[in-house]
Design a protein around this ligand. Structure first.
Ligand code: PRX
Length: 710
C-alpha cells in the first residue's frame, strides 16, 4: 500500500511576489498598503534594507524562497534528500519517501529515509565536536533567582555547557540509563524543570535509542501517572524541586505520588534518576533505596563516553502528549530521521541564527511542550547554535526579566508566546525601554494567534521597529514550524498572519465536507502532502490518529480554521474542535469536564473557551449539580481546586456557572455552539443571536443560561 501519487503542481494561491518586491529604506516598519478585512487592518511591514545587510539570510530574497518552495513541493524527494545529506548517516537511505494519506487505500503511513541509519544525538553533539566546535557554548542556564539565594550546595549543576561538556554529560546520563537496564526502544519519562539538564536528558535517551516522554513539570500527579502508564515508561528522570518565581515547586513529591498511582494500576516504574536542583533538603526529598538514585552520584561514577546506538530513520524518538477534543490526551509519536531534518531546517531558515557570529538564541518555551523539543533541544543543537535556557518566569523578580537577560547574554533571537507578550505589554513600555536590547535581530511568536496590537508592541517597543517578527504556526503533530514568514528581503509581514508555508509544506483550505477551496477564502486548514516531521501515530492507538487527522482522504486535518487572503497569506482564526488554547497550552474541554464530573456533587459539566485579554482564551464552565446539592462559593472553590489537582494549575477554570439544565438536542447532545455564545456574550446577548435553536429539546433552557451568566 505504499502509494506515491503524482507530484502536485506548484500552487500558492493568489501570492504575487511583485507586490512585495520593494522594501523601504526610510523606516524599518514601512507600511505598504492596507486591506480592510473583518475589521482587522492588514498592514504590511518590511524591515529596512540595512537590516538585511547586517543580518543576511541564506536566501537573498523572497524570490529565492519561491524557487525553493516550488522545488520542495514538485519534487520533495530531491529536495529533502539534498538537505539530509548534510547530516551524518551511519548507513545511507535507500528510499527517500513513501506514504499514504488515503484511509480508503489502506493504513495511513509516512516513511522518510527508509533504509538509513542515524542518531539524532550524534548529529546534535558529536558531529560539532568532531568538526572542532567543542568549545562553543551549547547552553547557558539562567536561574530563576538572580542571586542563588535559595540554594544550599546544589548537586554540582553547571551554569553553562560547551558542546564538548554537553556531549560528556549526555554520555554519562546515557550510561546511567543503560545501567538501569534501559534499552533501545524502552520509554523513559522526564519530569524536570527548565535547566540545561532537561535537553541533555532527552539527548541521552536518543543516544541509546530509548524513547523520551517529557511531561511538563506543572502537571499534577494524576496527569503524570496517566502519561507514564500510557507510554509504558520503564524509568523516570526527575528532580528534587525548583523555584518558579517566588514559589517552591516540590517536583519529586509529584513523581513519587505518580509512581505510586502507576503501581496501583499495575505498571511498575523500576528506576528514577533524580537531579538535585535545590540542594540541601529544601524540597524534603526522601529517595527509595533500590529505585531512586541521585543524578550527581550516579553520573559521577559513569563514563563520559558512550557508544552511539545507530537506529533506523523511522525509529521512535519521542512520545509527547497533547490534548484532543475527546477522551484522554494523545501520545503523538515522532520518529528520528525526518524529524531531525525538519527541526534543523526550520530552525535554520525561520530564525537565521548564526553561531559563528556569536548569535544567542532564547526560546522561553518549556521542553514539556513541542516548542521546547524542536527549538530548545533539537533545532538549535543540530545547527550548532548557542542558547540560553531559562528556568524562571518573565515576571520575576520583575517584569523586565526578559530584557535584562537579552542585555546580559546579548540575545539575538527571542522566541516566545503571545500570552507572555500581552502580559508584559500591560505593564508599560518603561520596563522594556530601560534596557538596551540592541543585540536583538529576530523576534518569534508561537502557540496561538498573535493579535495585531501585541504584534505591533513586540515589533515597535521590544524590537525598536528594527526586527522582523516570525509568527510561526505549527503543532505538536507537525513536529516543526509549518507556516511562518522567513526574515528575508521582500517578505512583507502582516501583524496577526503567519503568512506563507515553510518549504515542503502544502497547506490547503477545505470546506466542511472536505472539498479543496481556491483563492482567498476561509475553511478547515489541512496539509496535502507529507513533510519529514509528520506525526507517525498516536502511541498505542493508530486508529485514533487516522480518525482524528485523516478523516478526509488525501489530507492531514490540522483542527484549525484559517483564512487565506488575496496574497495567499494564512490567518489562523481558531480551533475547529473542542480544544481551547489557554496561555498557549492546549486543553481538551472533555478532559476538564471529566475532571469536574469527578466531584461527588457534580452531575454534569460542559466547558467552553471564551476570549481573555492576556491568556488568549480562558475556561468558562457550566456545572449541573446532583439533586439535593446546593451551589455555594465553597463548592465553586472546591471544583477549581479539584481541576487544578487533577490536570495542573494552567487548567484551572476561570468561571463556573451553576446550570440546572444544559441546552441539549432531543437526542441528548449538548449544543456547545450555544454555550460558547452565551459564555462569551453574557447577559446582554439576544436569543436571536444564538443561531438556530430549533433542535433544542427545551428552548427555555437558554433564557435560564443567559440570566445566570457570571
Ligand atoms: O491552534 C493552533 C495554535 O496551537 C495549536 C497547536 O498547539 P500545540 O500542539 O500545543 O503546539 C503549540 C506550539 C507549536 C495549533 O493547532 N497555534 C500554534 N501556533 C500558532 C497557533 N495559532 C495561530 N498562530 C500561531 N502562530
Amino acid at each position: 500500500h505504499a502509494m506515491r501519487p503524482p507530484p502536485p503542481l506548484f500552487h500558492l494561491p493568489g501570492f504575487s511576489s511583485a507586490r512585495h518586491a520593494h522594501s523601504s529604506t526610510a523606516r524599518a516598519a514601512s507600511v505598504e498598503g492596507t486591506e480592510a478585512s473583518r475589521g482587522v487592518e492588514e498592514v504590511v511591514f518590511h524591515p529596512a534594507d540595512e537590516y538585511f545587510q547586517q543580518v543576511p539570510h541564506h536566501y537573498d530574497h523572497v524570490e529565492d524562497y519561491l524557487v525553493h518552495y516550488e522545488k520542495s513541493i514538485k519534487d520533495p524527494e530531491a529536495f529533502w534528500s539534498e538537505i539530509a545529506r548534510n547530516f551524518h548517516w551511519e548507513t545511507p537511505w535507500e528510499e527517500t519517501l513513501s506514504y499514504n494519506f488515503n484511509r480508503s487505500a489502506g493504513p495511513i503511513h509516512v516513511r522518510f529515509f527508509h533504509g538509513g541509519e542515524t542518531n539524532i544525538a550524534y548529529n546534535a553533539l558529536d558531529r560539532h565536536v568532531a568538526a572542532g566546535l567543542g568549545d562553543r557554548i551549547a547552553f547557558y542556564t539562567e536561574r530563576n533567582d538572580l542571586e542563588p539565594i535559595r540554594e544550599s550546595g546544589p548537586g554540582g549543576l553547571k551554569d553553562q555547557y560547551t558542546y564538548r561538556e554537553a556531549l560528556e554529560e549526555v554520555s554519562r546520563i546515557a550510561n546511567v540509563l543503560k545501567s538501569m537496564g534501559v534499552k533501545r526502544g524502552d520509554k523513559v519519562g522526564l519530569f524536570l524543570p527548565m535547566v540545561a539538564e532537561l535537553p541533555l536528558a532527552m539527548l541521552a535517551c536518543a543516544r541509546i535509542g530509548a524513547v523520551h516522554t517529557v511531561v511538563f513539570a506543572g502537571f499534577s500527579k494524576e496527569a503524570l501517572a496517566d502519561r507514564l502508564c500510557d507510554a509504558g515508561c520503564k524509568a523516570v528522570i526527575a528532580c528534587d524541586g525548583v523555584f518558579r518565581g517566588s514559589k517552591l515547586i516540590p517536583l519529586f513529591h509529584t513523581v513519587d505520588a505518580a509512581i505510586q498511582l502507576c503501581n496501583e494500576r499495575g505498571h511498575i516504574i523500576e528506576h528514577t534518576l533524580v537531579l538535585k536542583r535545590l540542594g540541601g533538603d529544601v524540597a524534603g526529598v526522601h529517595l527509595t533505596p533500590g529505585r531512586d538514585v541521585w543524578w550527581h552520584e550516579a553520573t559521577a561514577k559513569a563514563s563520559s563516553s558512550c557508544p552511539v546506538e545507530w537506529v533506523p530513520s523511522e525509529h521512535p524518538l519521542f512520545i509527547l502528549y497533547t490534548s484532543g477534543s475527546t477522551g484522554k490526551p494523545k501520545g503523538v509519536l515522532h520518529t528520528t530521521g525526518g524529524y531531525m531534518i525538519q527541526a534543523a531546517t526550520t530552525f535554520r531558515h525561520v530564525f537565521n541564527v548564526r553561531p559563528e557570529k556569536n548569535d544567542i538564541f532564547l526560546c522561553t518555551a518549556d521542553c514539556g511542550w513541542i516548542t521546547g523539543h524542536s527549538y530548545v533541544t533539537y533545532g538549535p543543537l543540530l545547527n550548532g547554535a548557542s542558547q540560553v535556557v531559562f528556568e524562571g518566569v518573565p515576571s520575576y523578580p520583575d517584569v523586565g526579566r526578559l530584557w535584562h537577560m537579552v542585555d546580559k547574554y546579548g540575545i539575538t533571537h527571542l522566541y516566545t508566546a503571545p500570552t507572555a507578550i500581552r502580559s508584559l505589554m500591560r505593564e508599560g513600555d518603561e520596563h522594556v525601554t530601560k534596557y538596551a536590547r540592541s543585540s536583538l535581530k529576530v523576534l518569534g511568536s508561537v502557540g496561538e494567534p498573535i493579535n495585531p496590537e501585541a504584534w505591533k508592541w513586540y515589533h515597535e517597543v521590544v524590537g525598536g521597529g528594527r526586527c522582523p517578527i516570525v509568527d510561526t504556526w505549527w503543532q505538536t503533530e507537525t513536529g516543526a514550524i509549518a507556516i511562518a514568514p522567513l526574515p528575508i528581503k521582500g517578505w512583507g509581514q502582516k501583524p496577526g498572519s503567519a503568512s506563507l508555508p515553510f518549504l515542503g509544506i502544502e497547506p490547503v483550505l477545505l470546506s466542511q465536507d472536505g472539498k479543496e477551496l481556491e483563492g482567498p477564502t476561509e475553511g478547515l486548514l489541512a496539509i496535502k502532502s507529507p513533510w519529514p516531521s509528520t506525526l507517525r501515530s498516536i502511541y498505542g492507538d493508530h486508529e485514533r490518529m487516522e480518525q482524528t487527522y485523516f478523516s478526509f482522504d488525501g489530507y492531514y486535518l490540522t483542527g484549525d480554521n484559517a483564512r487565506r487572503d488575496s496574497d495567499g497569506y494564512y490567518w489562523i482564526t481558531g480551533r475547529a474542535d473542542d480544544v481551547v488554547i489557554v496561555s498557549g497550552h492546549n486543553l481538551g474541554t472533555a478532559e476538564v469536564e471529566a475532571a469536574l464530573a469527578q466531584h461527588p456533587s457534580v452531575a454534569e459539566a460542559a466547558v467552553v473557551g471564551i476570549p481573555h485579554d492576556v491568556k488568549g482564551n480562558c475556561l468558562y464552565c457550566y456545572v449541573t449539580l446532583k439533586a439535593g446539592q446546593a451551589p455555594s462559593p465553597d463548592l465553586e472553590k472546591q471544583l477549581k481546586v479539584s481541576v487544578r489537582n487533577q490536570l495542573g494549575a494552567f487548567a484551572a477554570p476561570d468561571f463556573i456557572q451553576w446550570a440546572p439544565n444544559l441546552p441539549k438536542t432531543r437526542s441528548g447532545k449538548v449544543m456547545r455552539r450555544i454555550l460558547r455564545k452565551v459564555a462569551a456574550g453574557g447577559k446582554a446577548i439576544n436569543v436571536e443571536d444564538l443561531g438556530d435553536t430549533s433542535t433544542l429539546a427545551d428552548p427555555e433552557v437558554i433564557k435560564e443560561l443567559i440570566a445566570n451568566h457570571v
